[in-house]
Design a protein around this ligand. Sequence first.
Ligand SMILES: Cc1cc2nc3c(=O)[nH]c(=O)nc-3n(C[C@H](O)[C@H](O)[C@H](O)COP(=O)(O)O)c2cc1C
Length: 453
Amino acid sequence: MAVAEKRIILKYADEPGYTPDITCYMKHGGYQRLKKALGMKPEDIVNEVADSGVRGRGGAGFPMGMKMRFLDRKSGKPIYLVCNADESEPGTFKDRQIIHKDPHQLIEGLMITAYAIQAAQAFIYIRGEMYQGARMLETAIEEARAKGFTGANIGGSNYSCEIVVHRGAGAYICGEETGLLESLEGKRPYPRIKPPFFPAVLGLYQCPTLVNNVETICNVKHIVDMGGKEYAKIGRPNNTGTRIWSVSGHVKRPGYYEFECGALTYGELIYDVCGGIRDGHKLKAVIPGGSSSKILRAGERFKGKNKDGSEFDWGIEDIPLDFDGPMAAGSMSGSGAVIVMDDSTDMVEAMANINAFYAHESCGQCTPCREGSLWLRKITSRMCAGGARAEDADLLKSVADQMAGRTICAFGEAASWPVQSFIAKFKDEFVAKAQQAGNASKAPTGRGFRLIG
Ligand SMILES: Cc1cc2nc3c(=O)[nH]c(=O)nc-3n(C[C@H](O)[C@H](O)[C@H](O)COP(=O)(O)O)c2cc1C
């Protein structure tokens, strides 16, 4: 039997009759936690968030409480709060559910977080294509302002904070936090080098800035509600709370699902919750956390030691559905986007699709990323067009190896990890493409960087 969802963030989202307006939200207890928070000391809320162990839901899984504590308060500069609603990682469609179905939950979480870090200005940076979401947030902010939950003297207190919704122009790199901040400042979104530009120290307008994902910020409301230690009992150590997983691909019931971290495995998610693989097909591979995470091949074994010293030996089906599970299997949970592929998938075509995305989205600031992502796309496009060569798999790997770790932001890894893992696990299919093209037996040309023609 399928493990039941544990909905905290999406508790009301799909309830019949639940609407995104403030009246409905308040009927369901909305803004009570903000009132509670305003009666607490800001630093006590930060301590609760730290105690909760909540980790970022945007990609890197960094503990939120730690980031709040990193904020440079000695500088005397204003502190900003920025909510990352860019949701650009392919396969991810969770933040938009919150924004469309329960926007006030985000506004309440944002105001509590802003109060905790004593920010007088908060921003929601939303991707350009999410036009309707942006309008809904603006409406929600106006409703909240009319009730005194944003703006001046919130809830009758002497704390004031404004929220501004800022629409991007639809670029993946604007989801990277420092690129986002550049964009918010009105500039081309070239990511900043860290150090020194850690947002907590030198963020928006060179001021200390907390950047967190939509889902992460929503959790703060529930942490204030139940207390950090109680929240930490949900999930398992280092993987606290629930997570929303966006499942796409060749399962019978794709969709978004919220589960307690570690309560089930990837196998249970795929087979029990999502109804299994399409009829007549078998599981071939899983991308466990958005297109930039390393692909896992059906049948491979993942072995290692747990923190308590015990050993694990997993197939994909056994990997715990949380932060540390996919990490132990050599990949990551990233943005929580699970992409399932069955045996009808042509891995070279899938790779070509991913490479086309990253080549289009590279901001072009760093040469290895700008050139490398383009070369990766050219190679896989040529392979799919019948021009595959014997050396292509090695060439792809070589280009990817020269990108990872050599760029200002993690886009270099995001574009190269898929290639490295596809080649490591499906090299046979890349070689077969060359055989189909009649090029397999030819000696490598040695023209490693001549990609077309
Ligand atoms: C290329 C790239 C794209 C990213 N896109 C997003 C995004 O769309 N949404 C998001 O929340 N985080 C994204 N991130 C992660 C952010 O840089 C940052 O870690 C995150 O917003 C922090 O919030 P969190 O700690 O709550 O996850 C991206 C990172 C990289 C390297």
